[in-house]
Design a protein around this ligand. Sequence first.
Ligand code: PLP
Length: 404
Amino acid sequence: MDVDRDVDKIREDFPLLKHVTFLDCANISTPNRRWLEAIMEFWRLRLAGRDDIANHPFLSEKAMHAKKEAAKLINAKEEEICYIYRVVTALNLVKMLIDWRRGDNVVFTDLAYPSSSHTWFNLRKLGVEMRRVRNVDGIIRLEDLEKAIDDRTRIVCINQTAWTTGFTYDVRAVCEVAHEHGALVVDDAFQSLGAVVCDVEEMDVDILVSGSYKWQCGPEGAGIFYIKEELIEEFDPFYSNYLNIETPRGIRFWFPDHDNVKDYEYPPVRTADRFDMGMCTGDILWGWDEALRYLNELGPEAIERRVKRLGGYCIERLKELGCKVNTPEEPEMRHGLISYTTGRYSVDKESFEAMRSNMPRPIVASLRYQGGVGGVRFSIHFYNTEEDIDHAIEVQRRVLKRHS
Ligand SMILES: Cc1ncc(COP(=O)(O)O)c(C=O)c1O
């Protein structure tokens, strides 16, 4: 399918789009028929007693296939990826891997999602310093990050695309600065992956995490934990999973001499699976596998081109209305997550509510603020059209007219 030519067909895969102008995948995506069907198939098989096919993730080929699709999407090796349940699970995992020392520091920003700050807070008890870089007009300047990073920085935690303003980093440039000081970059790409190309090799990022249910358009409850191959064996998992160890004698469940000590005193596997916390379920992974296939079929480059073009169109239309757009205009610093304000909180709120209650066709968007910036947030994805944007702009124009 061609993401531009076949957009009508694509829209049929997202049934809600028939009734609603959906601009809210930065919150939670609207279900896609393909993954819904995959999840139903999982349960149909279970109902039919086919647990030889539909079973725990590690006993189900399709569940493990999601890793292949995820690796393809971010240009990683399958061995560099393990599953996570939520992004916050992955951030906590990173926290537990590091051997923290008094005087170390973690760098994050005031635009980062609260889990990218809050997760590190209790490290203060160990004498670890929290360093928060402030945004300037919705943007994190590289020079400000650079000032905060030093040789005691262990982690630089960024959100590749800021969840409120849509500002998108040059991740490679951040990695260059961090690596000069021996710091690791943890990229929470939840608001980017699925909308733009995220090539881990090109970005040279150390750890990338992303959930299934926003721009990836998948079901909730799965996600990617990517870790650079050369870093894998540097870390011993703190969280133990008896399935992620070397098993020279194979799984022994079905042998009479199976022993729950002797058979488990082996080192963790040498792939990212050593960090897998065993939190994902078979049905969700079946659905997510399908969602990832969908993105790979459409092609991340083609999706990025469309999303950026529509994002640019939206910015232009908002400026015509006199709104202040918080998202940078330059396509390399944003995609389709567009935030703007009317200049007054009460009018932003009224606009958001007017969109929600617009009949016969509601507009689903969000209202989000953090770090002193925010407003109404549109998430424009590949299934959206110029007409969707025009529709939202028209409702915004009516609200502004009431206040003129
Ligand atoms: C950038 C970012 N990271 C993390 C999250 C939360 O992810 P999870 O609920 O999977 O921990 C969000 C949710 O909005 C987000 O925008």
